[in-house]
Design a protein around this ligand. Sequence first.
Ligand code: 13P
Ligand code: SF4
Length: 362
Amino acid sequence: MSANLEHGHNEGSVIQRLTAADRFGVLPKPDLTYTPEIERVTAPLYEKVKHHIPAIEWPVHAPYVYWINKLKKKRDAVILAHNYQTPEIYHCVSDFRGDSLQLAREAEKVEQEIIIQCGVHFMAETSKLLNEKKTVLIPDMRAGCSLAESITGADVRLLRERYPGVPIVTYVNTSADVKAESDICCTSSNAVRIVESFESDTVLLIPDEFLAQNVAKQTSKKILTWKGHCEVHERFTAEELLAYREADPEIQIIAHPECPPSVVEVADYTGSTAGMIEYARGRKPGAKVLLVTECSMASNIEKEAKGVEFIKPCNLCPHMKRITLPKILDSLLYMREEVHVDPTMAARARQAVERMVNLKAN
Ligand code: 13P
Ligand code: SF4
Protein backbone atom coordinates (compact mmCIF):
# COMPACT_ATOMS: atom_id res chain seq x y z
CA MET A 1 0.00 0.00 0.00
CA SER A 2 2.77 2.47 0.85
CA ALA A 3 3.90 2.56 -2.80
CA ASN A 4 0.52 4.07 -3.59
CA LEU A 5 0.61 6.78 -0.97
CA GLU A 6 0.82 10.39 -2.09
CA HIS A 7 2.22 13.23 -0.03
CA GLY A 8 -0.02 16.20 0.54
CA HIS A 9 0.65 19.42 2.41
CA ASN A 10 -1.77 20.61 5.03
CA GLU A 11 -0.95 23.87 6.82
CA GLY A 12 2.74 23.13 6.80
CA SER A 13 2.57 19.53 7.97
CA VAL A 14 3.12 16.67 5.56
CA ILE A 15 0.18 14.28 5.53
CA GLN A 16 -0.12 11.01 3.70
CA ARG A 17 -3.11 10.54 1.49
CA LEU A 18 -4.43 7.43 -0.25
CA THR A 19 -4.50 7.84 -4.01
CA ALA A 20 -7.79 7.69 -5.89
CA ALA A 21 -6.66 4.30 -7.23
CA ASP A 22 -6.33 3.05 -3.62
CA ARG A 23 -9.71 4.40 -2.66
CA PHE A 24 -11.66 3.20 -5.70
CA GLY A 25 -9.47 0.36 -7.07
CA VAL A 26 -8.32 -0.07 -10.65
CA LEU A 27 -10.25 -1.86 -13.40
CA PRO A 28 -8.86 -4.23 -16.03
CA LYS A 29 -8.32 -2.73 -19.49
CA PRO A 30 -11.24 -3.75 -21.75
CA ASP A 31 -10.86 -5.33 -25.17
CA LEU A 32 -10.92 -2.43 -27.65
CA THR A 33 -11.98 -4.48 -30.67
CA TYR A 34 -14.69 -2.89 -32.85
CA THR A 35 -17.38 -5.57 -32.43
CA PRO A 36 -20.87 -5.67 -34.02
CA GLU A 37 -22.29 -4.88 -30.54
CA ILE A 38 -20.10 -1.75 -30.29
CA GLU A 39 -21.05 -0.73 -33.84
CA ARG A 40 -24.77 -1.07 -32.99
CA VAL A 41 -24.64 0.76 -29.62
CA THR A 42 -22.50 3.65 -30.90
CA ALA A 43 -24.36 4.13 -34.23
CA PRO A 44 -26.66 6.94 -32.88
CA LEU A 45 -23.59 8.74 -31.49
CA TYR A 46 -21.77 8.46 -34.81
CA GLU A 47 -24.75 10.24 -36.42
CA LYS A 48 -23.87 13.33 -34.32
CA VAL A 49 -20.24 13.50 -35.47
CA LYS A 50 -20.34 11.97 -38.96
CA HIS A 51 -19.57 15.31 -40.62
CA HIS A 52 -16.35 15.61 -38.63
CA ILE A 53 -15.13 12.03 -38.30
CA PRO A 54 -14.78 10.00 -41.52
CA ALA A 55 -16.51 6.59 -41.43
CA ILE A 56 -13.15 4.87 -41.84
CA GLU A 57 -11.98 6.40 -38.51
CA TRP A 58 -15.05 5.55 -36.45
CA PRO A 59 -13.95 1.95 -35.64
CA VAL A 60 -10.94 3.51 -33.85
CA HIS A 61 -13.05 5.89 -31.72
CA ALA A 62 -16.13 3.72 -31.16
CA PRO A 63 -14.65 1.16 -28.71
CA TYR A 64 -13.39 4.03 -26.51
CA VAL A 65 -16.79 5.74 -26.65
CA TYR A 66 -18.52 2.47 -25.78
CA TRP A 67 -16.29 1.62 -22.83
CA ILE A 68 -16.13 5.17 -21.45
CA ASN A 69 -19.94 5.34 -21.39
CA LYS A 70 -20.17 1.94 -19.73
CA LEU A 71 -17.45 2.55 -17.15
CA LYS A 72 -18.53 6.03 -16.13
CA LYS A 73 -21.79 4.49 -14.86
CA LYS A 74 -19.91 1.72 -13.06
CA ARG A 75 -17.63 4.30 -11.43
CA ASP A 76 -20.43 6.76 -10.62
CA ALA A 77 -18.53 9.40 -12.61
CA VAL A 78 -19.74 12.47 -14.50
CA ILE A 79 -17.90 13.94 -17.50
CA LEU A 80 -17.87 17.74 -17.77
CA ALA A 81 -16.62 18.99 -21.14
CA HIS A 82 -15.69 22.48 -22.25
CA ASN A 83 -16.99 23.75 -25.60
CA TYR A 84 -13.44 23.46 -27.04
CA GLN A 85 -13.24 19.69 -26.63
CA THR A 86 -13.12 17.59 -29.79
CA PRO A 87 -16.49 16.51 -31.28
CA GLU A 88 -16.12 12.86 -30.22
CA ILE A 89 -15.67 13.96 -26.58
CA TYR A 90 -18.26 16.75 -26.74
CA HIS A 91 -21.03 14.75 -28.47
CA CYS A 92 -20.28 11.13 -27.60
CA VAL A 93 -19.09 10.82 -23.98
CA SER A 94 -19.75 14.06 -22.07
CA ASP A 95 -22.68 14.48 -19.65
CA PHE A 96 -22.53 18.28 -19.45
CA ARG A 97 -21.05 20.76 -21.89
CA GLY A 98 -20.56 24.48 -21.55
CA ASP A 99 -18.44 27.57 -21.13
CA SER A 100 -16.35 28.15 -17.99
CA LEU A 101 -19.23 29.60 -15.97
CA GLN A 102 -21.71 26.87 -16.95
CA LEU A 103 -19.19 24.16 -16.05
CA ALA A 104 -18.47 25.76 -12.67
CA ARG A 105 -22.22 25.93 -11.95
CA GLU A 106 -22.69 22.33 -13.03
CA ALA A 107 -19.72 21.18 -10.93
CA GLU A 108 -21.41 22.65 -7.88
CA LYS A 109 -24.54 20.54 -8.45
CA VAL A 110 -23.23 17.14 -9.54
CA GLU A 111 -24.31 14.16 -7.48
CA GLN A 112 -21.75 11.63 -8.72
CA GLU A 113 -18.71 10.75 -6.60
CA ILE A 114 -16.19 11.38 -9.36
CA ILE A 115 -15.87 14.33 -11.75
CA ILE A 116 -13.83 13.85 -14.91
CA GLN A 117 -12.98 17.30 -16.24
CA CYS A 118 -12.47 17.40 -19.99
CA GLY A 119 -10.94 20.83 -20.25
CA VAL A 120 -7.84 22.45 -18.82
CA HIS A 121 -6.32 22.32 -15.36
CA PHE A 122 -7.83 25.53 -13.95
CA MET A 123 -11.31 24.17 -14.80
CA ALA A 124 -10.61 20.94 -12.90
CA GLU A 125 -9.27 22.97 -9.98
CA THR A 126 -12.45 25.10 -9.99
CA SER A 127 -14.56 21.91 -9.83
CA LYS A 128 -12.45 20.69 -6.91
CA LEU A 129 -12.80 24.01 -5.09
CA LEU A 130 -16.57 23.77 -5.36
CA ASN A 131 -16.64 20.08 -4.38
CA GLU A 132 -13.98 19.51 -1.79
CA LYS A 133 -15.23 16.02 -0.94
CA LYS A 134 -15.51 14.74 -4.50
CA THR A 135 -12.75 13.13 -6.49
CA VAL A 136 -11.82 15.31 -9.45
CA LEU A 137 -9.78 13.77 -12.25
CA ILE A 138 -8.24 15.39 -15.31
CA PRO A 139 -7.20 13.00 -18.10
CA ASP A 140 -3.92 14.89 -18.67
CA MET A 141 -2.40 16.97 -15.88
CA ARG A 142 -0.34 18.91 -18.45
CA ALA A 143 -3.44 20.56 -19.94
CA GLY A 144 -2.53 24.12 -18.93
CA CYS A 145 -3.44 27.61 -20.18
CA SER A 146 -1.26 30.54 -21.24
CA LEU A 147 -3.43 32.92 -19.20
CA ALA A 148 -3.25 30.82 -16.03
CA GLU A 149 0.52 30.56 -16.42
CA SER A 150 1.00 34.33 -16.85
CA ILE A 151 0.48 35.19 -13.15
CA THR A 152 1.12 33.83 -9.65
CA GLY A 153 -0.38 34.47 -6.22
CA ALA A 154 2.78 36.42 -5.30
CA ASP A 155 2.16 38.75 -8.28
CA VAL A 156 -1.37 39.42 -7.02
CA ARG A 157 -0.07 40.22 -3.53
CA LEU A 158 2.31 42.76 -5.06
CA LEU A 159 -0.56 44.32 -7.03
CA ARG A 160 -2.57 44.63 -3.81
CA GLU A 161 0.33 46.40 -2.14
CA ARG A 162 0.74 48.71 -5.10
CA TYR A 163 -2.98 49.53 -5.44
CA PRO A 164 -4.34 49.48 -1.85
CA GLY A 165 -8.15 49.42 -1.67
CA VAL A 166 -8.60 48.61 -5.37
CA PRO A 167 -10.83 45.50 -5.79
CA ILE A 168 -9.14 42.60 -7.57
CA VAL A 169 -11.22 40.59 -10.05
CA THR A 170 -9.47 37.55 -11.48
CA TYR A 171 -10.51 35.76 -14.61
CA VAL A 172 -11.44 32.15 -13.85
CA ASN A 173 -8.55 31.11 -16.14
CA THR A 174 -6.11 31.25 -13.20
CA SER A 175 -4.64 28.87 -10.62
CA ALA A 176 -6.23 28.40 -7.18
CA ASP A 177 -3.22 30.28 -5.77
CA VAL A 178 -4.20 33.39 -7.76
CA LYS A 179 -7.92 33.02 -7.02
CA ALA A 180 -7.08 32.81 -3.30
CA GLU A 181 -5.53 36.29 -3.46
CA SER A 182 -8.46 37.92 -5.27
CA ASP A 183 -11.79 39.39 -4.16
CA ILE A 184 -13.92 37.65 -6.77
CA CYS A 185 -13.58 35.67 -9.98
CA CYS A 186 -15.21 36.37 -13.33
CA THR A 187 -15.63 34.63 -16.67
CA SER A 188 -15.94 36.23 -20.08
CA SER A 189 -19.74 36.05 -19.78
CA ASN A 190 -20.05 38.03 -16.54
CA ALA A 191 -16.92 40.24 -16.42
CA VAL A 192 -18.74 43.55 -17.04
CA ARG A 193 -21.38 42.82 -14.39
CA ILE A 194 -18.78 41.79 -11.84
CA VAL A 195 -16.61 44.84 -12.42
CA GLU A 196 -19.70 47.03 -12.02
CA SER A 197 -20.73 45.31 -8.79
CA PHE A 198 -17.99 47.28 -6.95
CA GLU A 199 -18.46 50.85 -5.73
CA SER A 200 -14.83 51.71 -6.38
CA ASP A 201 -14.12 53.81 -9.53
CA THR A 202 -11.07 51.68 -10.26
CA VAL A 203 -10.95 47.89 -10.55
CA LEU A 204 -8.08 45.51 -11.26
CA LEU A 205 -9.20 42.92 -13.84
CA ILE A 206 -6.43 40.37 -14.32
CA PRO A 207 -4.64 38.60 -15.96
CA ASP A 208 -6.11 38.89 -19.50
CA GLU A 209 -5.08 42.25 -20.91
CA PHE A 210 -7.40 42.01 -23.93
CA LEU A 211 -10.45 40.93 -21.93
CA ALA A 212 -9.77 43.87 -19.59
CA GLN A 213 -9.47 46.31 -22.51
CA ASN A 214 -12.68 44.96 -24.05
CA VAL A 215 -14.52 45.24 -20.72
CA ALA A 216 -13.17 48.79 -20.21
CA LYS A 217 -15.10 49.86 -23.32
CA GLN A 218 -18.37 48.73 -21.72
CA THR A 219 -18.05 50.40 -18.32
CA SER A 220 -17.26 53.81 -16.87
CA LYS A 221 -14.86 52.22 -14.35
CA LYS A 222 -11.13 52.67 -14.72
CA ILE A 223 -9.74 49.18 -15.41
CA LEU A 224 -6.18 48.23 -14.49
CA THR A 225 -4.85 44.97 -15.81
CA TRP A 226 -1.95 42.56 -16.40
CA LYS A 227 -0.08 41.46 -19.51
CA GLY A 228 -1.49 37.93 -19.86
CA HIS A 229 -2.86 36.72 -23.19
CA CYS A 230 -4.67 33.66 -24.51
CA GLU A 231 -2.30 32.11 -27.03
CA VAL A 232 -5.27 31.04 -29.19
CA HIS A 233 -7.18 34.33 -29.39
CA GLU A 234 -4.25 36.76 -29.47
CA ARG A 235 -3.32 35.47 -32.93
CA PHE A 236 -6.43 36.71 -34.75
CA THR A 237 -6.07 40.04 -36.54
CA ALA A 238 -8.59 42.65 -37.68
CA GLU A 239 -6.99 42.56 -41.17
CA GLU A 240 -7.82 38.90 -41.76
CA LEU A 241 -11.43 39.43 -40.63
CA LEU A 242 -11.83 42.51 -42.83
CA ALA A 243 -10.61 40.47 -45.80
CA TYR A 244 -13.46 37.97 -45.18
CA ARG A 245 -15.94 40.82 -44.90
CA GLU A 246 -14.71 42.38 -48.11
CA ALA A 247 -15.21 39.04 -49.87
CA ASP A 248 -18.74 38.72 -48.44
CA PRO A 249 -20.32 41.84 -46.86
CA GLU A 250 -23.22 39.74 -45.46
CA ILE A 251 -20.96 37.65 -43.25
CA GLN A 252 -21.63 37.76 -39.47
CA ILE A 253 -18.43 37.88 -37.44
CA ILE A 254 -18.55 36.54 -33.88
CA ALA A 255 -15.50 36.75 -31.64
CA HIS A 256 -14.40 35.77 -28.16
CA PRO A 257 -13.51 38.66 -25.78
CA GLU A 258 -10.01 37.20 -25.26
CA CYS A 259 -9.27 38.54 -28.79
CA PRO A 260 -7.44 41.88 -29.16
CA PRO A 261 -9.77 44.95 -29.08
CA SER A 262 -9.04 45.66 -32.78
CA VAL A 263 -10.59 42.23 -33.60
CA VAL A 264 -13.57 42.78 -31.29
CA GLU A 265 -14.26 46.14 -32.99
CA VAL A 266 -14.74 44.39 -36.33
CA ALA A 267 -17.07 41.73 -34.84
CA ASP A 268 -20.89 41.87 -34.97
CA TYR A 269 -21.08 40.00 -31.67
CA THR A 270 -18.61 39.27 -28.87
CA GLY A 271 -19.24 36.82 -26.05
CA SER A 272 -18.19 33.74 -24.13
CA THR A 273 -18.28 30.40 -25.92
CA ALA A 274 -21.82 29.85 -24.57
CA GLY A 275 -22.82 33.32 -25.80
CA MET A 276 -21.38 32.55 -29.23
CA ILE A 277 -23.39 29.32 -29.42
CA GLU A 278 -26.57 31.19 -28.45
CA TYR A 279 -25.91 33.87 -31.07
CA ALA A 280 -25.21 31.29 -33.81
CA ARG A 281 -28.42 29.39 -32.90
CA GLY A 282 -30.40 32.58 -33.38
CA ARG A 283 -29.23 33.07 -36.99
CA LYS A 284 -31.57 32.25 -39.89
CA PRO A 285 -30.80 29.26 -42.15
CA GLY A 286 -28.47 30.35 -44.90
CA ALA A 287 -26.61 32.84 -42.67
CA LYS A 288 -22.83 32.79 -42.89
CA VAL A 289 -21.06 33.05 -39.55
CA LEU A 290 -17.35 33.56 -39.13
CA LEU A 291 -16.32 32.05 -35.76
CA VAL A 292 -13.28 33.76 -34.31
CA THR A 293 -12.24 31.26 -31.66
CA GLU A 294 -10.84 27.78 -31.02
CA CYS A 295 -11.27 25.21 -33.82
CA SER A 296 -13.53 22.65 -32.17
CA MET A 297 -16.29 25.18 -31.39
CA ALA A 298 -17.59 25.34 -34.95
CA SER A 299 -17.58 21.56 -35.30
CA ASN A 300 -19.43 21.19 -32.00
CA ILE A 301 -22.16 23.72 -32.67
CA GLU A 302 -22.83 22.98 -36.34
CA LYS A 303 -25.49 20.47 -35.30
CA GLU A 304 -27.26 22.98 -33.06
CA ALA A 305 -27.35 25.87 -35.53
CA LYS A 306 -29.04 24.10 -38.42
CA GLY A 307 -28.66 25.68 -41.85
CA VAL A 308 -26.02 28.16 -40.69
CA GLU A 309 -22.80 28.05 -42.68
CA PHE A 310 -19.72 28.39 -40.47
CA ILE A 311 -16.46 29.85 -41.71
CA LYS A 312 -13.61 28.88 -39.42
CA PRO A 313 -10.43 30.92 -39.39
CA CYS A 314 -9.72 28.97 -36.20
CA ASN A 315 -6.65 28.40 -34.02
CA LEU A 316 -6.12 25.21 -32.02
CA CYS A 317 -5.66 25.27 -28.25
CA PRO A 318 -2.85 22.75 -27.67
CA HIS A 319 -3.84 22.45 -24.00
CA MET A 320 -7.48 21.54 -24.67
CA LYS A 321 -6.29 19.05 -27.27
CA ARG A 322 -4.27 17.10 -24.70
CA ILE A 323 -7.58 15.55 -23.62
CA THR A 324 -8.35 12.50 -25.75
CA LEU A 325 -10.66 9.46 -25.59
CA PRO A 326 -7.82 7.03 -24.67
CA LYS A 327 -6.79 9.31 -21.78
CA ILE A 328 -10.41 9.60 -20.55
CA LEU A 329 -10.66 5.81 -20.55
CA ASP A 330 -7.41 5.61 -18.57
CA SER A 331 -8.85 8.09 -16.05
CA LEU A 332 -11.79 5.76 -15.50
CA LEU A 333 -9.68 2.61 -15.33
CA TYR A 334 -6.79 3.83 -13.20
CA MET A 335 -8.44 6.80 -11.44
CA ARG A 336 -5.95 9.32 -12.70
CA GLU A 337 -4.94 12.11 -12.63
CA GLU A 338 -6.35 13.40 -9.38
CA VAL A 339 -6.56 17.14 -8.76
CA HIS A 340 -5.62 18.32 -5.25
CA VAL A 341 -5.68 21.82 -3.82
CA ASP A 342 -4.06 22.77 -0.53
CA PRO A 343 -7.03 23.06 1.92
CA THR A 344 -6.07 26.48 3.29
CA MET A 345 -5.61 27.92 -0.17
CA ALA A 346 -8.77 26.15 -1.36
CA ALA A 347 -10.91 27.80 1.33
CA ARG A 348 -9.81 31.29 0.18
CA ALA A 349 -10.03 30.50 -3.53
CA ARG A 350 -13.49 28.97 -3.05
CA GLN A 351 -14.81 32.24 -1.63
CA ALA A 352 -13.75 34.08 -4.79
CA VAL A 353 -15.39 31.46 -7.05
CA GLU A 354 -18.55 31.21 -4.94
CA ARG A 355 -18.99 34.99 -4.93
CA MET A 356 -19.01 34.81 -8.71
CA VAL A 357 -21.27 31.76 -9.01
CA ASN A 358 -23.75 33.27 -6.54
CA LEU A 359 -23.95 36.64 -8.27
CA LYS A 360 -27.49 36.48 -9.64
CA ALA A 361 -28.46 36.86 -13.30
CA ASN A 362 -25.02 36.66 -14.81
P1 13P B 1 -15.40 30.55 -22.01
O1 13P B 1 -15.85 29.19 -22.43
O2 13P B 1 -15.78 30.83 -20.61
O3 13P B 1 -15.85 31.58 -22.97
O4 13P B 1 -13.80 30.52 -22.02
C1 13P B 1 -13.08 30.35 -23.17
C2 13P B 1 -11.74 29.83 -22.91
O5 13P B 1 -10.80 30.22 -23.54
C3 13P B 1 -11.60 28.81 -21.92
O6 13P B 1 -10.33 28.41 -21.83
FE1 SF4 C 1 -6.17 29.08 -22.13
FE2 SF4 C 1 -6.74 30.19 -24.46
FE3 SF4 C 1 -6.47 27.56 -24.34
FE4 SF4 C 1 -8.60 28.75 -23.22
S1 SF4 C 1 -8.12 28.69 -25.37
S2 SF4 C 1 -7.30 27.17 -22.30
S3 SF4 C 1 -7.69 30.69 -22.53
S4 SF4 C 1 -4.86 29.07 -23.94
